[in-house]
Design a protein around this ligand. Structure first.
Ligand SMILES: *Cc1c(COP(=O)(O)O)cnc(C)c1O
Length: 350
């Protein structure tokens, strides 16, 4: 039997949550003299601490209860909160599969938690056989699964993810930052089947709102209640909440832009296939492509000198660059420059 409370840190179990001025009355109000706000201005009032309007909309779109949704200041806040809620600093551990998103490691370090990194196999898939030694370790509290994975671009096999969900007694975070670009089904539909599952999504990628800093966690309401207790009361600003609500009004435009990006991705792949300096193009279910090139450091620097910035992942996947799919002008400029580098820098094959 899964007992959530046995996974919560003792100090968090005892936590008396902050009760904001607005939380403490029920009913209608007209005069607000409770929160030491300034009576003048347009942004003088504190934002809705519960982000109710956003949750109402997402609840319909994602077909899940409002009380199974948490809104964070970016996914980064969600990731930090899972460490703070579940992991005792210096004692507990978390696990992920490398190479993957760097924030799990940064957040683990900030919270003084050891993050174990199991290498993905040669197809960038999870090797569940390697998990045996760790999955029953009581100090292991979290497993992070990033699918589609950053920087490799692929989704993980359903069988491995479900193996972990079924066999691990701690919390499983499935980070779906790129799921809108993928044909795979979201794990949101599994939240009611697995009491230890947290699905993490974001407005930063397919929704085009990286500047707004809004991330979302979907989980059973008990987990969500712990998030609400531990988060700063006003974690998402009025302007940021409004930007999300405006964007959610026009889902047709979202679909149009997403399809343009997917189309541009296919065009980019075709053009990469024609370039000598591209040695390998990894399959991608995201809005970026991982490519292996002849010399990543050199090509990265040459692109920088032409004012084109890609992500050099040489240190974590040898000679690989991660290229975000831009608009057609940006992509043209990238490929044209790479063609030029191909001709000038790379010594022709004998
Ligand atoms: C970009 C990205 C995010 C988004 O983080 P935000 O804080 O919501 O901007 C989350 N996870 C992964 C794997 C990402 O690549």
């Amino acid at each position: 039997m899964f007992k959530l409370n046995s996974l919560i840190r003792p100090n968090i179990l005892k936590l008396e949550a902050y009760s904001s001025a607005r939380d403490e009355f029920k009913g209608e109000a007209e005069v607000f003299l409770d929160a030491n706000e300034n009576p003048f201005g347009d942004l003088n009032r504190y934002p809705d601490p519960n982000q109710s309007e956003i949750k109402k909309k997402l609840s319909k779109i994602k077909n899940i209860d409002s009380n199974q949704i948490f809104i964070g200041n970016g996914s980064d806040e969600v990731i930090d909160l899972v460490f703070r809620i579940f992991c005792e600093p210096g004692v507990d551990k978390a696990l992920t599969f490398s190479p993957t998103y760097g924030m799990y490691n940064v957040s683990a370090s900030i919270n003084n938690i050891e993050l174990l990194k199991l290498p993905l196999d040669k197809n960038f898939q999870i090797d569940t056989d390697q998990l045996g030694a760790y999955i029953n370790d009581e100090s292991l509290k979290l497993i992070f699964i990033c699918s589609p994975n950053n920087p490799t671009g692929n989704c993980f096999n359903k069988a491995s993810v479900e193996y972990i969900l079924n066999n691990f007694k701690g919390i499983v975070i499935v980070d779906e930052a790129y799921i809108d670009f993928s044909l795979e089904e979201s794990y949101i539909s599994k939240v009611n089947d697995f009491p230890n599952l947290i699905v993490c999504q974001t407005f930063s990628k397919a929704w085009g709102l990286a500047g707004v800093r809004v991330g979302v966690a979907y989980a059973n309401s008990d987990i969500i209640n712990w998030f609400k207790k531990v988060k700063p009361p006003y974690n998402v600003s009025t302007l940021n909440q409004q930007a999300v609500l405006d964007r959610l009004k026009n889902r047709a435009q979202f679909e149009i832009e997403k399809n343009i990006i997917l189309n541009e991705k296919e065009k980019l792949i075709k053009r990469f296939e024609e370039l000598d300096l591209v040695k390998k193009i990894y399959p991608s279910e995201a809005n970026f492509i991982l490519i292996e090139v002849s010399n990543a450091n050199e090509i990265y620097q040459t692109l920088v000198s032409q004012k084109i910035i890609t992500r050099n992942r040489n240190k974590i996947v040898r000679n690989c660059l991660r290229i975000t799919v831009g608009n057609s002008d940006e992509n043209d400029r990238l490929v044209n420059t790479m063609e030029k580098i191909s001709r000038e820098l790379v010594t022709p094959k004998a």
